[in-house]
Design a protein around this ligand. Structure first.
Ligand code: AGP
Length: 623
């Protein structure tokens, strides 16, 4: 999830910015700072070409570069803050990228799924690449297309027809000062409408300081802006309009996409986080391919044990992975809290695959566990959301989640992306080791591709959960029960409530209840129960229904999460929260969402800061 800003202004026009293109774009990038970044850059069109300044690291590094080596104050500029997907956070990989002739500059948000094939074609044609990014491929394609069709809009249309995946693109050409061309597919792009000036941004925060009149672009559209004109066409060349709207958010709300908090925004970003994590994972034949998997197929075939190491929410993602990978691959999977793994004397060998799950990639407990595992000779795969961070850097291979920067301290979208990545790993191993045929892998992948839409369905139907949360603002204790993959969901639901609402909450394996915890149940005690599908292992479902009866018989208030159509739970549930049907192993991606919303809403009702809860840090970089 990168930050994108574009500006074209006619000097002296009423709506033109006095400070010129680079300054306007830099200000827009500052407003997009919350989107996270590991590098940033700006390009302008000058009288004799395209000029670019870009630098890895914080925005301040780019500012320092611009102070030392300023860009001319032209009226045409584009700027970018990068959240790395393909290629680490380096000066060379920072955007904008230019074509070989240095005549076209491009910035990009998203993932070009077929970039490897396009890169190979260009390399074959003699193009020399200066970065590892998918974006540079687009710059070269645009430069070549423009030489055939010297019209930037037409060149963009022709190039977009060759791209697969999710992308927002902005491009400028040395021959076309005063013009920016943008394109979008499965990734946001909005136009800011001014007088004698127009803007482009990945969201309205990019230009809200200059105009509140905006135009939202639709799927597969190309927009061309000059200081006095905005023209929209479809990828097929058909004229289009875009949806005009007035921005009534303040700047702070704009950064959160209109949501009251980053936590709320990121919960609602989850469908996109799952979809983006699934992007670009299959080859033309539909077989799973994991680009960053630098552990050889022979080594992966030889592993006889998997140990997942992680902390907190990431560890619960690992617990979900255990059920899926053991079922699909028949390899024993242990899940260890990283800080425990490091100090016990774990049994690992060259045939152990250690999977380190981390959103930040900087959790010291997990870093130390990775080092310990490698000293024991194990291969380490990092599942991480932060490209270029310490944990993937110190691992043998990486499988990146593409949840975008997670600003709220309590993890939500990264959690669902981690689970998604774990499923991809399990399916990849099953495909590689022959545990599953290609059609079986494809079947599960097809179910996975339905999940973003199902999560959106859950999110659209949670007013009931919000009302319950508000009514429970004075609650002092909540229990969470789950069985099988529902057990880590119960643990995560409890953690969210602890983190956000500072309420004592405990998650249990439902089968464990009768071995002691049921003593906690007294009349009125709220108990969430995550119920597996009745279409799965029926013994599992029946046992959880009897667990609901057990606590209900002791006066508990039962709040039951169950799939649509499961009527068995109704006689024992005070509240039934419905989620769409999916397979048992994929159900955590749906079942956890009501628990996230419950915790967020209850904490909000208590007037607490859901983005920065007390005592917590986004990345625990000490042991
Ligand atoms: C999640 O809500 C917590 N903020 C915390 O448990 C977190 O998951 C844990 O500290 C691990 O962080 P990491 O994923 O960045 O390694």
């Amino acid at each position: 999830m990168c930050g994108i800003v574009g500006y074209v202004g006619r000097p002296g026009a009423p709506g033109a910015a006095a400070e010129g293109g680079p300054a306007v774009v830099l200000e827009g990038l500052r407003r997009l700072e919350y989107r996270g970044y590991d590098s940033a850059g700006i390009a302008v069109v000058t009288g004799d070409g395209v000029a670019v300044r870009k630098r890895a690291g914080k925005l301040a590094n780019l500012v320092e570069l611009l102070d030392a080596d300023p860009l001319p104050d032209t009226g045409t500029a584009i700027g970018h803050t990068r959240w790395a997907t393909h290629g680490g956070p380096t000066d060379a990989n920072a955007h904008p990228h230019v074509d070989a002739a240095g005549r076209v500059a491009v910035i990009h948000n998203g993932i070009v799924e077929n970039f490897a094939a396009l890169r190979a074609e260009l390399t074959e044609a003699g193009v020399e690449f200066t970065s590892e990014t998918d974006t540079e491929v687009v710059a070269h394609l645009l430069g070549a297309q423009y030489r055939l069709t010297p019209d930037l809009t037409e060149a963009m249309r022709a190039v977009c027809a060759r791209l697969e995946g999710a992308f927002t693109l902005l491009a400028v050409h040395a021959d076309a000062p005063g013009t920016i061309v943008g394109a979008r597919r499965n990734s946001p792009l909005v136009v800011g409408l001014g007088e004698g000036a127009n803007y482009l941004g990945s969201d309205v925060a990019a230009f809200i300081a200059h105009t509140r009149e905006a135009l939202e672009l639709g799927q597969d559209q190309v927009v061309t802006i000059t200081p006095d004109e905005v023209r929209v066409v479809g990828f097929d060349g058909t004229p289009a309009q875009g949806r005009r709207f007035h921005v009534d958010w303040d700047a702070s709300a704009a950064e959160k996409g209109g949501f009251p908090s980053f936590m709320a925004k990121e919960i609602h970003d989850q469908p996109q986080a799952i979809a983006d994590t699934l992007l670009g994972r299959t080859d033309a034949a539909g077989r799973l391919q994991l680009d960053e998997m630098k552990i050889t197929e022979a080594e992966l075939r030889s592993i006889d044990k998997i140990v997942v190491i992680a902390c907190g929410t990431a560890a619960y993602a690992g617990q979900v992975a255990k059920y899926a990978i053991e079922h699909w691959c028949r390899i024993p999977v242990e899940v260890e809290l990283a800080h425990e793994f490091r100090y016990r004397d774990p049994v690992v060998s060259e045939r152990t695959l250690v999977v380190a799950i981390s959103q930040s990639g900087e959790t010291m407990d997990t870093i130390m566990a990775v080092r310990h595992a490698r000293e024991q000779g194990a291969k380490v795969l990092a599942i991480c959301n932060t490209n270029g961070s310490t944990i993937p850097r110190e691992s043998d291979a990486a499988l990146y989640t593409h949840a975008g920067p997670e600003i709220a301290v309590a993890s939500t979208k990264a959690f669902l992306a981690q689970i998604t990545a774990c499923y991809l790993l399990g399916l990849y191993l099953a495909q590689l080791r022959g545990n599953k045929f290609a059609d079986e892998v494809a079947e599960v992948l097809a179910q996975l591709h339905e999940v973003p839409g199902q999560v959106r369905q859950v999110l659209d139907g949670l007013e009931q959960v919000r009302e319950i949360a508000r009514s429970m603002a004075d609650t002092r204790s909540v229990l969470f029960l789950g069985r099988h993959v529902g057990y880590p969901v119960a643990m995560e639901g409890a953690l969210k409530l602890k983190e956000l609402a500072y309420i004592h909450a405990e998650g249990f394996a439902a089968g464990e209840l009768k071995h002691g915890p049921i003593a906690l149940v007294e009349p009125g005690q709220p108990v969430f129960v995550v119920v597996p599908s009745p279409r799965g292992r029926d013994s599992l479902h029946a046992k959880v229904v009897s667990n609901i009866q057990e606590v209900r018989a002791r006066g508990a208030r039962t709040l039951v999460i169950a799939e649509q159509g499961d009527t068995d739970v109704e006689p024992y549930a005070d509240v039934v929260i419905r989620v769409p049907r999916t397979s048992t192993l994929l159900s955590p991606l749906l079942a956890v969402v009501p628990l996230q919303v419950f915790a967020c809403e209850l904490a909000t009702a208590k007037g607490l800061d859901v983005d920065q809860p007390r005592n917590l840090a986004k990345s625990v970089t000490v042991e």
